[in-house]
Every structure is written in structure tokens, then in C-alpha cells.
Design a protein around this ligand. Structure first.
Ligand SMILES: *Cc1c(COP(=O)(O)O)cnc(C)c1O
Length: 421
């Protein structure tokens, strides 16, 4: 994404002045560079095409979804992962082809299973043995299922750790025999077709080792147990850059490494390579989005800290308080030198409502200025809440110098619409 100051000293995204956006549409607002979202999707496509393998790329709705986002996913020929009735509803309302939707989740309700079946989603990802019985009971036709494996592997950003970490609410454990039991159960059902297997090793992973080593383990397991599959889904978790020092997953080289490794593992093992799936979320939308806020109260505690407060907070930006996540901020309406370290705080009633603890900002920042928080495109709007009866922000897609509203700011009326009188 090209975020830079123009000759008037205003911060721009893809050439559009963010000051104008903030002034025209109000704050807080989340703004995406639409071209950047599409570029990320196309980069994954190109990288897989080069490998010559059959592949599918499925966008993880949970990172950010709305009707226009789903339409964009469809236009760029990605498939779609959903994990709830609400995400499936959103996808269907946007006109997404259900055949290309995959239903995930560790506790799908009976109702959700019925909804997924009725909607004829492409496949359901089995996450427990019980679920196999439920799907079998409700299915009227043959339904494709993919078994989510718990391979006993954890990925920590750039290392791969085989922890024997079987204590997870997700998937069927290979080591403890649940995975193989799942396969048997599916095969014993006339209505369930075992399309493939799935794993997901973690989030914000910078390297390829975890995915490759897990794929190796899974391919060996499939081979040992004589299990044939049409699909191996490697999950998501590709890293993005939040702050200096973070690494954006190198899509071209990374996918090349992963696909080459799979080709050679398959050769070694004598295993026919099935279709390879991935499920990126963060790496599609994360860096393409920023949040614009207006500065309000500035409080200096002599020799202690300076708090710059903005007009949103943990209701639209939970990741700092939830994960201690780090971000960078830029002053939108002036290109002044960032000569001071301050805390950017939200306006909600929690001490933990912090956006950035040690933010580098110009000392000239004052009430009425606008700030941009970078890399807020994933897990911000989708994690937003109405805490303190805050209204969820508006969302815009910027393209060719135009701002297109994709989600309106929540109205006050909407805050009480479900309250009984
Ligand atoms: C969260 C999740 C993803 C997407 O993860 P990102 O880190 O956003 O790429 C993909 N697959 C599964 C199963 C997930 O739980």
C-alpha cells in the first residue's frame, strides 16, 4: 500500500488525501486500499499458478467481512471460509457461490449444520467425532467433508515447534488416534464423502517451516494409513507487517518454497499430490486497511507520560489490549517530524484501552488533528463491539481517488433496536 505525504503535507493512501476522507465522512473510520486487497489475492494466485499444482485459495471471512468484501473475493476468484451462521448468511446475501464456501468451527450448532447443508456449501470441515454423526443425521445428499487434523504442532512466528501440543479445542488429534477414528467414521457413512484433510498451525507466521513440516507429517500419516484425499488444506496464518521489524510473509518466494517442498515430500513418500488449499485472512486485508481517528484530550503527566486520546478505542481496536499487539501511527493532516514518544489512548472506560503504548508522534499534535493507525485491516472491524455503547465505525474502500462506503457507521438507533420498551 502506498501511504505517503503529498505536497500539502497531507497523508495520502493510493493518492487520496486521508484528511479529506476524515473530514468528509467523520471518524473513527476504517479505510482500505481496494487495489492493495486485490493485489494480495492476485499474488497468491500467481504464486500457485507457477507451481503447476491444483490449488484453491480461500479467504477467511473472520478477518474482515461485509457484502462488498465478499463480492470482491468472488471477483478475484477466491473461495470463502465461514465459521458461523452469520458469516454464511453474509456470504450468501452477497451472492457468493455456495459451492465455493467452506464451513469451519469447533462447535457448529445443529442449526448451523442444517443451514450449511441446505445452502449446499462446498464442504464442511469436521472438527469433532460427534459432528460426523450430526452431519450424517441431517444430510439428505452426499456431502463433502474435510477433516481438521490436530497435528500436534505449534508455530511461533518463525519457529516450528513440535510440542505434542494436543491440548487444543480444534481438530482431531493424530497422535491420540482421534483423526484416524474420524476417517473411519466418515468412510462408514454413506452420506459423507471424505474430500480431504485440513490443518492450521497458527497466525502471524513469518516463515514456511511450520507449514512444510506439518505437511510432511500429515502426508506421512495419510500414506501410512492408506488414506486417499482430493485436498490437503494448509490453513492460513501468513504474517503481515504491523511495525518496523515485522516481516510480511513473502508470498511469491514463500508459496514457491511450500509447493516445492510438498512436491518433493510427495515424491519421497510416493504419495500422489492432491489439490492444495490455503486460507489466508490477515495477509489479504491486514496491511491494506488503516483506521482514522480524531485527536481529543491531550494529557501530560510531568515526567511520567503524555496521553493523546482519540475518538475510538478498544471497541474498534481490541488487539492492543487483547494481545499486546503493536502498531504505528501517523499524523494525517501535517507532515511534522515525529519527535516524541507518547501513549495513544482510546476513550473507553478501561485503563487497558490503549491503541499504542509507545507511539512516535510529532510534539505538535493537538486537538482536532487526525491520526492514522496502520495495518488495521484484519481483526479490527470484525472484532469491534459496542462497549460503552460505542457505535461501530464506518468502512470505506478507496480506489482511483474515490472513496466507496462499504459499511455505514452504526446509528444511535441501531444501538437500541433490539431493546424492548
Ligand atoms: C483464523 C484462521 C485462518 C486465517 O488466519 P489468518 O491468520 O488471518 O491468515 C485460516 N484458517 C483457519 C482454520 C483459521 O482459524
Amino acid at each position: 500500500m502506498v501511504i505517503e505525504y503529498n505536497n500539502n503535507g497531507e497523508l495520502t493512501m493510493g493518492g487520496t488525501s486521508l484528511k479529506t476522507v476524515a473530514q468528509s465522512f467523520g471518524t473513527p473510520t476504517i479505510v482500505y486500499d481496494e487495489t492493495q486487497i486485490r493485489t494480495q489475492m492476485r499474488r497468491f494466485h500467481e504464486a500457485f499458478k507457477k507451481s503447476g499444482l491444483n490449488y484453491n485459495i480461500s479467504y477467511a471471512s473472520k478477518a474482515f467481512t461485509c457484502l462488498q468484501m465478499v463480492k470482491l473475493v468472488q471477483e478475484e476468484a477466491l473461495e470463502l471460509d465461514v465459521v458461523s451462521e452469520g458469516e454464511l448468511y453474509t456470504a450468501l446475501e452477497a451472492g457468493f457461490d455456495p459451492q465455493h464456501i467452506h464451513f469451519h468451527g469447533n462447535n457448529k450448532t445443529k442449526h448451523e449444520i442444517q443451514y450449511a447443508l441446505e445452502s449446499k456449501v462446498g464442504y464442511i470441515v469436521i472438527d469433532s467425532l460427534e459432528e460426523i454423526d450430526l452431519i450424517d443425521r441431517y444430510a439428505s445428499d452426499v456431502v463433502n467433508v474435510v477433516i481438521r487434523l490436530n497435528p500436534g504442532v505449534e508455530a511461533h512466528t518463525h519457529e516450528f515447534i513440535q510440542t505434542g501440543q494436543e491440548d487444543s479445542k480444534f481438530g482431531l488429534s493424530i497422535k491420540h488416534g482421534l483423526a484416524i477414528e474420524g476417517v473411519r467414521k466418515v468412510k462408514n457413512s454413506k452420506r459423507l464423502n471424505l474430500k480431504g484433510v485440513h490443518f492450521h498451525v497458527g497466525s502471524q507466521i513469518e516463515g514456511t517451516e511450520a507449514m512444510i513440516e506439518t505437511a510432511r507429517l500429515v502426508i506421512q500419516w495419510l500414506k501410512e494409513n492408506d488414506i486417499e484425499v482430493e485436498l490437503i488444506n494448509l490453513g492460513g496464518g501468513f504474517s503481515i507487517k504491523y511495525v518496523e521489524g515485522d516481516v510480511s510473509f513473502p508470498i511469491e518466494d514463500g508459496i514457491a518454497e511450500i509447493t516445492e517442498a510438498i512436491i518433493s515430500i510427495a515424491k519421497e513418500t510416493g504419495f500422489p499430490i492432491p489439490e492444495i488449499g490455503i486460507e489466508p485472512g490477515r495477509s489479504i486485508v491486514g496491511e491494506a486497511g488503516i483506521t482514522l481517528y480524531e485527536v481529543g484530550t491531550i494529557k501530560t503527566i510531568p515526567n511520567v507520560n503524555k496521553y493523546v486520546s482519540i475518538d475510538g478505542g478498544m471497541s474498534d481496536h481490541i488487539r492492543t489490549s487483547l494481545y499486546d499487539a503493536q502498531y504505528e501511527a501517523l499524523l494525517v493532516n501535517r507532515n511534522d517530524q515525529a519527535d516524541e514518544t507518547v501513549t495513544i489512548a482510546g476513550k473507553l472506560c478501561e485503563s487497558g484501552d490503549i491503541i499504542i503504548k509507545d507511539a512516535k508522534l510529532p510534539s505538535t499534535v493537538k486537538r482536532g488533528d487526525y491520526l492514522a493507525i496502520l495495518s488495521t485491516g484484519a481483526y479490527h472491524y470484525s472484532m469491534a463491539s459496542n462497549y460503552n455503547q460505542m457505535q461501530k465505525p464506518s468502512v470505506f474502500f478507496l480506489k482511483d481517488g474515490k472513496a466507496r462506503e462499504v459499511i455505514k457507521r452504526q446509528s444511535l438507533r441501531q444501538l437500541i433496536i433490539n431493546d424492548t420498551k
